[in-house]
Ligand binder design. Structure first.
Ligand code: CUA
Length: 179
């Protein structure tokens, strides 16, 4: 007769777990529990936590802040898009919406601290910086302020990593970090 789920196969088709196997399952389980129980500590210890402070913001107000920011610190243009170089310690506004980041080209300096404000004027977007692994959610109605100090010069790409619609893949920007 053929084996099926209804008729159990004959013979020794199942043997109890060996001693070593049991030992390893126990060790793995204990280790899982240790990591699980230490999760709250990662909130306080370690460099993986963001400096982000979220506060409510009216999309129209955020929009005008961004416009003012671009007007104040615009240093040039690249393919018709404003290049913005904010001074040290300044508040940087980046607006997401309509499948674009605004401003699209940002010039920062190594070792200088900035407070980056992220918000959206339509749907959720994702602020993703390549090639470093930085990911932040950009939510309409909320201003997410991140204090950061670039530590390496280079050209960084910003991509949207939250599917926001048909032109999601075109939502890119650039951050140039100068030495
Ligand atoms: Cu914005 Cu995807």
């Amino acid at each position: 007769m053929m084996h099926s789920g209804i008729v159990a196969p004959k013979g020794l088709w199942w043997v109890p777990a060996g001693k070593q196997e049991k030992l390893w399952v126990t060790v793995a389980f204990i280790w899982c529990m240790i990591l699980f129980l230490s999760m709250p500590f990662w909130h306080m210890v370690g460099g993986q936590n963001t400096t982000g402070v979220r506060s409510r913001v009216d999309p129209a107000a955020f929009n005008s802040r961004t416009e003012k920011f671009v007007q104040a610190y615009k240093v040039g243009e690249e393919n018709g898009l404003p290049v913005v170089a904010p001074p040290a310690g300044s508040h940087v506004y980046i607006r997401a919406g309509g499948f674009t980041w605004y401003p699209q080209v940002l010039k920062l300096k190594v070792g200088v601290s900035y407070t980056i404000h992220l918000s959206s004027i339509d749907v959720n977007h994702g602020f993703s910086v390549f090639p470093i692994n930085l990911n932040f959610q950009v939510v309409p109605g909320y201003d997410y302020a991140l204090t950061m100090t670039p530590n390496e010069a280079g050209e960084y790409r910003v991509m949207c990593n939250e599917f926001c619609g048909l032109a999601h893949h075109t939502m890119v920007a650039k951050v140039i970090v100068e030495p």
